[in-house]
Design a protein around this ligand. Structure first.
Ligand code: SF4
Ligand code: F3S
Ligand code: FES
Length: 245
């Protein structure tokens, strides 16, 4: 390809740190690539790994905005790297950092799974139903109104990427604060008629400063959720319910 046909020369300034190597300190390392048509950050990072530095660590699974594993901070904002086109940026320099608030595995790779699992256990995010009725195989499965099923489905679209948590100053400052993803998850069970937990049960989980009353309405969650989930609406919904409870 002639020099004229080549795309813009992009610089990727990437945080490098391998906690497995004793004494390794975080530092930025620059890599340069020519932009190609339809280039996403996923494509760029793979090119860097294949052609410039095979030790670079980052996570990708689906490449389609479904698995949530490729979230990272790009030019100061948490995004899904596989859904981010380089052409969307008028500048040619990209600063890539791992998502803050999660355990660092290395470079751009963080352990979101550990945080998500702890959150699931804290919220007991499974249907708490009537065990006696379940033990009877003759009981017909409960019907659900299509409107409620749609509402639950809407919240189920969360891909556990962690962008909403990293974008929340309160979550980053206060390790016990549940955070927006947790509120979204709990709201999903709250509106599920099969979940028999009472308002008082929910109050036990989120009715304090580490829960929904600790939210300072910073709205970073709403602004940076790649699935455009209705954080503001759900937090307000839970707040109202908890005030009543
Ligand atoms: Fe990601 Fe949105 Fe789910 Fe938060 S609510 S984890 S930003 S998909
Ligand atoms: Fe954080 Fe979202 Fe509340 S950004 S403070 S959880 S509105
Ligand atoms: Fe799955 Fe980006 S690789 S969401």
């Amino acid at each position: 390809m002639s020099e004229q046909q080549k795309g813009r020369l992009l610089t990727f300034s990437i945080l490098r740190c391998n906690p497995q190597i004793e004494g390794d300190t975080p530092h930025m390392q620059d890599f340069q690539l020519h932009e190609t048509e339809g280039m996403t950050l996923f494509i760029a990072l793979n090119k860097i790994k294949e052609e410039l530095d095979s030790s670079l660590q980052f996570d990708f699974v689906c490449r389609a905005g479904i698995c949530g594993s490729c979230a990272m901070v790009v030019n100061g904002k948490p995004v899904l790297a596989c859904r981010t086109l380089t052409a969307k940026f008028s500048n040619t320099t990209f600063t890539l950092l791992p998502l803050p608030g999660f355990e660092l595995i290395g470079d751009l790779s963080v352990n979101t799974g550990k945080t998500m699992r702890a959150m699931s256990e804290r919220l007991q995010s499974w249907i708490h139903d009537d065990e006696k009725a379940n033990a009877d195989f003759n009981v017909i499965e409960e019907r659900m109104e299509p409107e409620i099923a749609d509402q639950i489905y809407e919240l189920e679209r969360c891909i556990e990427c962690g962008c909403c948590l990293s974008a929340c100053g309160t979550w980053r400052m206060r390790p016990d604060f549940l955070g927006a993803m947790g509120f979204m998850r709990l709201a999903r069970f709250y509106m599920d008629p099969r979940d028999k937990r009472s308002d008082a049960d929910y109050y036990e989980v989120i009715g304090d400063d580490d829960g929904v009353f600790g939210c300072m309405s910073l709205m970073g969650c709403e602004d940076h959720c790649p699935k455009d989930l209705p954080h503001q609406t759900q937090i307000a919904f839970l707040r109202r319910k908890m005030v009543k409870a």
